[in-house]
Design a protein around this ligand. Structure first.
Ligand SMILES: Nc1ncnc2c1ncn2[C@@H]1O[C@H](COP(=O)(O)OP(=O)(O)OP(=O)(O)O)[C@@H](O)[C@H]1O
Length: 326
């Protein structure tokens, strides 16, 4: 019997397609009551992972369970997990309501659920229209309605915000946050952090099939750092002074120093004390998007590199922070 936890657990999951290692030793847990974003660049292994969770692709190694069981062993899977995987194509001559009726019959779900699902996704008045006239946003909503037919405990969505206009994204955000707030589980993928940063609470970030961050979005936000870029007459002597004061230093290719965690005023005061002339300064803030790019491109250049993963792990063990996959 499944444990009813609403948790998705991925442990040591790997998938190779011949020489391509699409997913490598991936481990993370998705908990109910929150929206978890599963993000990474194109080709990083998101869809392959979601398909393994849903029992559509056999792993090369490792396990993925929902409610403690692999998908194929779930009793009544449509009542446990609803999924939207790829851009759905619907029979263009069939109405939205009839499309849902077909699925409801196949799932053994009463017809009453069809109207409920249409209402949940805001398509109640469009149920009688043929799907051939639906916009992309309406097709996304209909796909979501199909996933909701079984009144599932868990939602797994692959790039659900893809192609939505700002209004559609706002609607989806509201819907998913309400769904999660009712104690259910949402795992949604995206390749674009900015698109989902106001929707998700938790983040699992993958790059080249491996986990590079697993934790709260707020903790990633807190890792946004500022640094001062400074051009000095004697960079070596200024670097010594700054390092002595406890700042991390990087030498940039253009000859400037990047002083992590410092603002230009602090650097100017220390340079004055050391008697080093300055030719120019600039304050720079490393934003969430930049951090995401650095994490996923393997070009993390912050004060503390990924090798320091333990230091970056969030306190309290809610997630594992940078480096993930422990
Ligand atoms: N059936 C398959 N046969 C061979 N290679 C595959 C197959 N499915 C996926 N891949 C490869 O595995 C890697 C991961 O692909 P996947 O679709 O899981 O990534 P993704 O993060 O979902 O990308 P996108 O955001 O572009 O959809 C890619 O290199 C892809 O070409």
């Amino acid at each position: 019997m499944h444990d009813g936890s609403g948790q998705i657990m991925v442990r040591g999951l790997s998938k190779s397609f011949g020489p391509i290692h699409a997913v490598q030793d991936l481990s993370f847990t998705v908990r109910p009551g929150a929206v978890t974003g599963f993000i990474g660049p194109n080709g990083s292994g998101k869809t392959t992972t979601l398909r393994m969770i849903l029992g559509l692709v056999a792993p090369t190694a490792g396990t993925a369970t929902i409610n403690g069981l692999p998908f194929h062993r779930l009793p009544n899977p449509a009542h446990v997990v609803g999924a939207v995987l790829d851009a759905q194509s619907f029979h263009p001559g069939r109405t939205a309501r009839n499309h849902l009726r077909c699925y409801a019959a196949a799932m053994g779900v009463p017809d009453a659920q069809v109207d409920r699902a249409l209402e949940l996704v805001g398509l109640a008045s469009a149920g009688k229209h043929k799907t051939g006239v639906f916009s992309l946003g309406m097709r996304q909503r209909l796909a979501l309605a199909t996933a909701l037919l079984g009144d599932p405990q868990v939602l797994v969505l692959d790039e659900p915000a893809n192609g939505l206009d700002p209004e559609g994204i706002a609607w989806l955000r509201n819907f998913l946050r309400t769904f999660a707030a009712s104690g259910r589980t949402v795992l949604m993928s995206s390749h674009f952090l900015r698109e989902i940063e106001h929707t998700v609470d938790q983040l699992v970030i993958i790059s080249r099939g491996r986990c590079v961050y697993d934790g709260h979005l707020d903790e990633l936000r807190a890792a946004q750092r500022s640094r001062a870029l400074v051009q000095a007459a004697e960079p070596g002597r200024l670097a010594d002074t700054l390092q002595h004061a406890g700042f991390g230093i990087e030498y940039l290719p253009d000859g400037r120093l990047a002083v992590n965690g410092a603002d230009s005023r602090t650097v100017a005061d220390l340079a004055l004390e050391a008697g080093v002339a300055l030719y120019g300064m600039q304050d720079e803030r490393i934003g969430l998007e930049e951090l995401f790019f650095q994490l996923t491109s393997g070009q993390y250049t912050g004060a503390r590199p990924p090798a320091d993963a333990q230091q970056w792990a969030p306190p309290g063990g809610a997630g594992r922070g940078f480096g993930g996959n422990a």
